[in-house]
Design a protein around this ligand. Structure first.
Ligand code: 5RP
Length: 221
């Protein structure tokens, strides 16, 4: 089975967590895109979706799925029923690294506004500790060198994502070679640096369930 076939299987399996009559939070990336394509088959059963990026909003709308602004959605319901998104890495505690596509801040916001986070990945994303995948940090441009300096103090190798601007108008610094043994502490520490919008560690907003695609089928962790 190819990686794309595994992604498609988990994306389809995630439909089981979509409750009719509710608003669904939708992530960003190739696996999330496959979920959006599958969700199109249920579009008449849900009130709509909240997107974690402009790209996701466009794909949802292309399928005729109503795209709701998060603030409007939260005036209608207390929480979104479920948030479904991929990840760049996940550890045994279901802490995640996200932001390979640069949408980490909106992804974290929509995850925080949802009752349940179902993470959909293929088995290549499984790690013992986060950090093999360079950690994305969304940064206000003025703070670029400050944040890079602080990341280097932690043993990381910060690299500016060239030619990339987030949907929020900021830059991304990818930090290579960070050893993230304590995900929550590292998430909090990096977020305390002035100029950091957020970093790609999802520990506070870790997954409730990871659906992992393997050649033998989908495993729920
Ligand atoms: C985007 C993300 C994605 O979820 C992550 O990069 C995984 O993407 P893919 O499903 O394409 O492997 O965090 O910001």
């Amino acid at each position: 089975m190819t990686q794309d076939e595994m992604k498609r299987k988990v994306a389809e399996a995630a439909l089981a967590y979509v409750k009719p009559g509710t608003i669904v939070g939708v992530g960003t990336g190739s696996t999330a895109n496959m979920f959006i394509d599958a969700l199109a088959g249920m579009k008449d059963e849900i009130l709509g979706a909240v997107a974690s990026s402009d790209a996701t909003a466009e794909r949802l709308a292309g399928h005729g799925i109503p795209v709701l602004d998060l603030n409007d959605a939260l005036t209608r319901v207390d929480t979104l029923s479920v948030y479904i998104d991929g990840a760049d890495e996940f550890d045994p505690e279901r802490n995640l690294t996200k932001g390979g596509g640069g949408a980490l801040t909106r992804e974290k916001i929509v995850a925080a506004a949802s009752s349940q986070f179902i993470c959909i990945v293929d088995e290549s994303k499984k790690v013992e500790y986060l950090g093999a995948f360079p950690l994305p940090i969304e940064v206000i441009p003025m703070a670029r060198e400050l944040v890079a300096f602080e990341a280097a103090k932690l043993g990381g190798r910060p690299v500016l994502r060239e030619g990339f601007t987030t949907d929020n108008g900021n830059i991304i610094i990818d930090v290579h070679d960070l050893k993230i043994y304590e995900a929550r502490k590292m998430e909090d520490h990096l977020n305390s640096i002035p100029g950091v919008v957020t970093n790609g560690i999802f520990s506070h907003q870790g997954a409730d369930i990871v659906l992992m695609g393997t050649p033998a089928g989908v495993v729920s962790l």
